[in-house]
Design a protein around this ligand. Structure first.
Ligand code: NAP
Length: 666
């Protein structure tokens, strides 16, 4: 023992022996501490000449104790995980240095309150706290339905302070909750359990870098690596094929170049197959099923099982055992994991490692100075073709790809088709620590003969900045006008070489403005129509009674009606005091239907709303007003197709009084 820690001395002789023996002894004058990590110190004998080479070999030597019951060395998950914990503490500290106040955030979602889940969650929270991870226990009641869990996950997916999310399985709900639906609802970029189909897919295809590796198999791989046993070319057998352990375990071994056999409940000659394994990983949930005879001499045995069995010698009357008969297997194996203290602690620490990794990726993206924009190639043609041909010649980039290139998170992008998307306002919160950019307003420009107006200048500027100058720049345009819908030039889609694509989608995409204007237009039409109808079919008295009804036997003018009375020159405030002539004037608008001209107003930028007189430009002079206005779908006030030449005339079609009735209607 050295200061209470276990030590193993390595001499050239002990290195050459197949199984170095653990010695317990005091520090002697001819040995020196080469490495102290966690609770184990490694002593190098002074006769050892090639220290660096030895260190290369001894990195994995911690926890190489020989089990008292047999020949196997104990592969301690406790020791291995405490090494990883130290490394993670440093990584978390480094994150805080990069962005003050930044800490990895982990959300552990639990449905119901299973006692075993409570124990696992407590363990995770404790580890998180020790490392510096901000872990939140999100509790949902047993009454929670799948939809409620999905809503909570969506909220966590959007939360910029949460970098990792796990749902403690199995959910303990009164309702059926599909575990696959739940694991797939976690944003893959926050899926620190590595159970999202996308992350599973990465592992299945041998891409062990892009996503997150599932915790238990990843922890097992760490343990196997610590034995120093060569995985490549070995025969590995995995007992169990579950989503969380068996299947990803076999894939990880395969991509570490082992030849893998996967066994399950329908496998024939299980014992024989297990006995062929250089590396045997057991995850079947059957207490001590794997016996000594199943173990190939010298094999590495990893026991993932956690089973509670009766043990009257224990205070609780229970004891935890693995899927392997430990005492028997230890006689033949070269390495074996204990239960507890083997795979369990590794699972927890791998979850922590994934969370730190997720936070590192997030911070990297946050602080990423440059977007990873990959501009589409332009095929410049001479002579310049028509706008629409140019627009159609370009195949737009998928919006999800663009979102990724500019550092948006998957959960922040709500695609609308494949070329458009809405961006969640949560992105603003996430990026709040970033330096604010510059907003360049391209204001009114008189178009040049080639048509470079506001749109072309705006897009051209962004293109020049982003593509050529490599500055993060993006264009913000309002919805298009309706010009192109009616086959007219314009539409805020740009012209010539600088265009918004796909042009048709952009121009025909009717957004809030147009709906609001259309609704107001239609409401006005309906009001006008109803007014004309009621006035034509009712007496003055009936109209008056409907406008000023008796409420609880009392008639009263509203504020707006009093204003109208003033406007009409009627100096009265008591509804019962009006003469029949005054009541008639008050109640009637007396709209002459022949004076009604219904104009088309299609959006807030419409020429009518802007009070623009048409037909005055040189290019329009030789076109008669009828032609022009018919083109706009308008009608003249005199009933003929096309109204008077000046569209401002049409404003008289909306008598001021009508507003009064609209207000009344509200
Ligand atoms: P699981 O979902 O129940 O899967 C068990 C697997 O074992 C299945 O593939 C099943 O085959 C197979 N199997 C069951 N009985 C068998 C038999 N008699 N012969 C051969 N194969 C058999 O369990 P799991 O989630 O993978 O967990 C397995 C064990 O690991 C459990 O004890 C669990 O508590 C433990 N575990 C530990 C950790 C940790 O952190 N240490 C993490 C996860 C799980 P079929 O597919 O044919 O049904």
């Amino acid at each position: 023992m050295l200061g209470g820690v276990r030590c193993r001395i390595i001499t050239p002789a002990s290195i050459s022996r197949p199984r170095p023996v653990l010695h317990r002894f005091s520090r002697s004058k001819n040995s020196e501490i080469a490495s102290v990590c966690g609770s184990t110190a490694l002593l190098l004998h002074s006769s050892f000449k090639q220290v660096p080479a030895a260190l290369g070999r001894v990195v994995c030597v911690r926890s190489m104790s020989t089990d008292a019951t047999g020949a196997a060395r104990v592969l301690s998950g406790n020791d291995a995980s405490s090494d990883v914990k130290e490394e993670l503490k440093k990584r978390v500290e480094a994150l805080g240095q990069k962005l003050p106040g930044f800490r990895p955030g982990l959300a552990i979602v639990q449905v119901g309150g299973r006692e075993d889940s409570n124990v696992y969650i407590r363990m995770k929270l404790k580890n998180a706290e020790a490392i510096g991870i901000n872990a939140t226990h999100v509790k949902l009641p047993r009454s929670a339905t799948e939809v409620e869990v999905l809503l909570k996950l969506n909220e966590l997916n959007q939360d910029p302070n949460i970098h990792g999310i796990i749902v403690q399985m199995p959910p303990d709900s009164e309702h059926y909750i599909n575990p696959h639906t739940i694991t797939d609802a976690v944003n893959p970029e926050k899926d620190v359990d590595g159970l999202h189909t996308m992350n599973e897919g990465h592992v299945a295809t041998g891409d062990l870098e892009t996503g997150f590796l599932p915790c238990t198999p990843n922890g097992v791989m760490e343990l196997i690596k610590r034995t120093g046993v060569k995985i490549a070319g070995s025969d590995a057998v995995v007992l169990g094929r579950s989503k969380i352990v068996g299947t990803p375990m076999s894939e990880l071994l395969k991509w570490h170049h082992a030849t893998v056999t996967v066994c399950h409940s329908k496998t024939k000659d299980l014992e024989q197959k297990a006995a062929a394994a250089d590396i045997l990983v057991v995850a079947i949930g059957r207490a001590e099923m794997v016996k000594e005879s199943w173990i190939k001499p010298g094999a590495v045995v990893i026991d993932c099982g956690i089973n509670s069995i009766d043990d009257p010698t224990k205070k609780s009357g229970k004891r935890l055992v693995g899927d392997v008969d430990y005492k028997g297997a230890a006689k033949r194996a070269s390495w074996i994991t204990p239960v507890p203290g083997g795979v369990g602690p590794m699972t927890v620490i791998m979850l922590m490692r994934n969370t730190v990794l997720a936070a590192e990726k997030m911070l990297e993206r946050l602080l990423q100075p440059k977007w990873n924009l990959r501009p589409l190639p332009l095929n410049i043609q001479t002579p310049v073709p028509s706008d629409i041909s140019i627009a159609r010649a370009q195949v737009p980039k998928e919006i999800s790809q663009l979102a990724e290139e500019i550092g948006l998170m998957r959960a922040e992008v709500n695609p609308y088709g494949s070329k458009k998307a809405k961006i969640s306002l949560g992105a603003i919160k996430r990026l709040s620590a970033c330096k604010t950019g510059k907003y360049v307003v391209v204001a009114g420009i008189t178009p040049t003969p080639l048509g470079e107006g506001k749109s072309t200048t705006t897009y051209g500027l962004a293109q020049a900045l982003a593509t050529h100058k490599k500055v993060n720049a993006i264009v913000c345009v309002r919805q298009p006008s309706q010009g192109p819908t009616f086959g007219l030039k314009g539409g805020a889609a740009g012209g010539g070489y600088s265009q918004v694509i796909p042009m048709e989608e952009f121009n025909l995409h009717l957004t809030g403005d147009i709906h609001a204007v259309t609704a107001a237009n239609n409401l006005l039409a309906a009001q006008l129509d109803a007014r004309v109808f009621h006035e034509a079919s009712q007496t003055d008295a009936a109209l008056y009674i409907r406008l000023v009804p008796a409420v609880k036997g009392k008639r009263q003018f509203s504020k707006i009606q009093l204003k109208r009375l003033v406007k009409l020159g009627i100096d009265k405030t008591d509804p019962d005091s009006l003469t029949p002539e005054e009541a008639g004037r008050f109640a009637r608008l007396d709209i002459d239907p022949d004076t009604i001209t219904w104009v088309r107003v299609v959006d807030t930028n419409d020429r009518f709303l802007r009070g623009i007189t048409v037909g005055q430009a040189d290019t329009e002079r030789n076109i008669g007003p009828e032609d022009l206005l018919q083109h706009f779908g308008c009608q003249r006030s005199d009933g003929r197709a096309g109204p008077t030449a000046d569209m401002n005339d049409m404003k008289v079609a909306f008598p001021g009084e009508l507003q009064f009735y609209l207000a009344e209607a509200e």
